[in-house]
Design a protein around this ligand. Sequence first.
Ligand code: CP
Ligand code: NVA
Length: 304
Amino acid sequence: MKHFLRFSDLDRADLEHLFARTRILKERFKNYVAYQPLVDRMLAMVFEKSSTRTRVSFEAGIYQLGGSSIVLNMGETQLGRGEPIEDVARVITRMVDIVMIRTFEHSNLERFAAHSRVPVINGLTNDYHPCQVLGDIHTYQEHRGPIQDKTVAWIGDSNNMCNTWLEAAPLLGFKLNVASPTGYDLAPARASGVAKAHLEMFSNPRDAAKGADLVTTDVWTSMGFEAENAARQAAFAGFMVDGAIMKVARDDALFMHCLPAHRGEEVAADVVDGPQSVVWEEAENRLHVQKALMEYLLLGKVES
Ligand code: CP
Ligand code: NVA
């Protein structure tokens, strides 16, 4: 049994399989061709944080594959009243076939997985958001071909998204340029050991974006860090991805944001709504990559 708790749980062959399956499943979806290998399979989704895209894409995805889903919001379950996460895992994984969890501490997810009888998917933790980066890389490759040897500029908080891009870079052979304000930069433990070919850190966002094939950012204040909002607004001044930053990237550079976006904070409206932005396709691709992921975790490397 396999889980998908972080990007590096997959190797390059797994990733290539998933991207190939995503293309096939997306094509079937676009052509109204039914494909239902997961009839009678049940997905449980546990949410300890808010969600729009993750919830809708997983719920629609399992339904399209023939299965169904249950949503468990923290406040409505015994988890919210202190039931140990290990016990919740032991109970619900006797009843469902696959689980997606969005939680705070990454260790909560690991504890759940350690007591699960079924595959567990990370729907976002404070440390990682691997389903999003799967969708992002698929989106890049749809537009521009293999991401290998390309440069991705991450501008902003060294958060769960940045950490996940950093795991993807050596696996898929691209370079990640990271520019974050002091105090919000990559933890040395994450950066150490990553080859220079796959990670370079900058203090100035324009330097990070120079010559990049993809420029990407995220909110300055992630879920769970709201108490730091005022300090973050001050620290991140100068880190908005605007036209001047996009101008130093390659002419054919794409812009991505996992959403929700805050126009006028981490991204200028004319960038997120502009011609280089692929944010809506990026969001849609969550549906397609996660269908491929659920198929893989439940059925293995299907070829049909
Ligand atoms: N990008 C993303 O995960 O969006 P939601 O928080 O709406 O699920
Ligand atoms: N970094 C953001 C991503 C939201 C999808 C957060 O964790 O809130």
